[in-house]
Design a binder for this molecule. Sequence first.
Ligand code: AP5
Ligand code: MG
Length: 210
Amino acid sequence: MMTNIIMLGPPGSGKGTQAEMISEKYGWPQISTGNILRHAIEAKSKLGLEAESYMGRGELVPDEVVDGIVAERLSHEDCRSGFILDGFPRDLHQAHALEEIASIDHVFDIRVPDQAIVDRLSKRRVCDCGETYHLEYNPPRAEGVCDECGKPLYQRDDDNEGTIRNRLKVYHEKTEPLIGYYREKGLLVELDGTRDIGEVFDGMCSRLDG
Ligand code: AP5
Ligand code: MG
């Protein structure tokens, strides 16, 4: 049996945090289009060069580019028993492209009001290895250093107030319509993302185990 999951929600709602926890517990890979694009930027690949200006402004990278990345990734062997899409689809075009290549079982919609987002993202710290922290809500054991791999933590380039505001605007315009789209298909599971990380996680697990 396959379990194919989409994580939906505004920037900073906890998609990555929760996807990582589900991946660890159930063994399905976390597929974060944002992480894939950031790695490409770091590697200065052709993809990275194309994506960088969009991401810096908080705009979506063109659909054709991202659709191709996801189609390729979902063809890997490790997606056979399930996968967790973190940050894809981001608009209706991407949702339709996904339908051509995979079926979806659960869409977790993590709801967090706009006012909470700027605070969350300006206090986020990340590591190259994929770990995510928050200075107040999920701090590393030693200041500025990743618990998992010991590397220095840093802030994402798009976690500045101007770019965060544009990411939110883009979310409301392009991504939010997916909520109704997946609700109509009976796949939507709404979660209150202002609750503790562990409580949000429990909500997902009870759905997955039920
Ligand atoms: P992407 O990397 O996907 O960024 P995003 O959607 O803006 O979401 P974030 O990663 O910022 O937040 P998150 O929901 O993962 O929250 P997190 O768990 O880190 O995309 C970046 C860019 O790439 C886009 O702008 C676009 O340009 C491009 N892109 C990516 N995918 C694309 C696509 N499909 N199409 C086109 N372009 C694409 O948590 C946030 C913080 O809050 C952390 O500090 C965390 O510790 C903390 N936290 C988490 N949960 C809680 C909680 N319950 N309580 C308190 N704090 C919490
Ligand atoms: Mg993320």
